[in-house]
Write a protein that binds this ligand. Structure first.
Ligand SMILES: *[C@@H]1O[C@H](CO)[C@@H](O)[C@H](O)[C@H]1NC(C)=O
Ligand SMILES: *[C@@H]1O[C@H](CO)[C@@H](O)[C@H](O)[C@H]1NC(C)=O
Ligand SMILES: *[C@@H]1O[C@H](CO)[C@@H](O)[C@H](O)[C@H]1NC(C)=O
Length: 125
């Protein structure tokens, strides 16, 4: 029983350490060369997270190019719709719970000229 309980709690700890989510403002950004070292364009489904979210991701080190977050998607939920895009950058000035989508991904929720969508729920897959 103790072994099972220990294994279970370790599993739960591992799951909660990797699952990241929040509620914040989604903003539209124009991708280019990002912190992950990729060069992306506005027609691609790419995302950014705040500096804090980026650097607190498990496995994050000194080199942002090798941050494991760069292999994950950000899923944004709003009005019953989920849109996923690859995390490629961080927003240095972004408040901790804000996230960004490239125009192609952002326009699934609102016209990019609108700039922001408030109160979205996001998760890192
Ligand atoms: C972003 O750019 C990288 C490097 O060019 C590429 O491998 C990746 O597929 C791009 N992401 C998307 C969602 O197109
Ligand atoms: C959207 O994502 C949320 C949070 O990850 C999840 O609970 C929900 O089931 C998803 N909805 C759809 C329609 O995929
Ligand atoms: C990430 O999102 C893209 C675009 O929505 C999707 O094509 C891809 O399968 C997702 N990748 C993962 C690992 O979920």
């Amino acid at each position: 029983m103790l072994t099972l309980a220990t294994a279970l709690s370790l599993g739960l700890l591992a799951a909660s350490a990797t699952a990241q989510s929040g509620t914040g403002t989604l903003f539209n950004f124009i991708p280019g060369l990002g912190a992950c070292g990729f060069t992306n364009t506005s027609d691609q489904f790419v995302a950014l997270v705040s500096s804090k979210t980026f650097h607190s991701f498990p496995g994050s080190g000194a080199n942002p190019n090798t941050n494991p977050i760069c292999t994950h998607n950000l899923t944004v939920s709003f009005n019953g719709k989920n849109v996923s895009a690859q995390i490629v950058d961080l927003g240095l000035d972004a408040p901790d719970d804000n996230v960004g989508f490239s125009p192609a991904a952002f326009e699934q929720f609102a016209p990019p000229v609108q700039g922001i969508v408030q109160n979205v729920i996001w998760t890192i897959d």
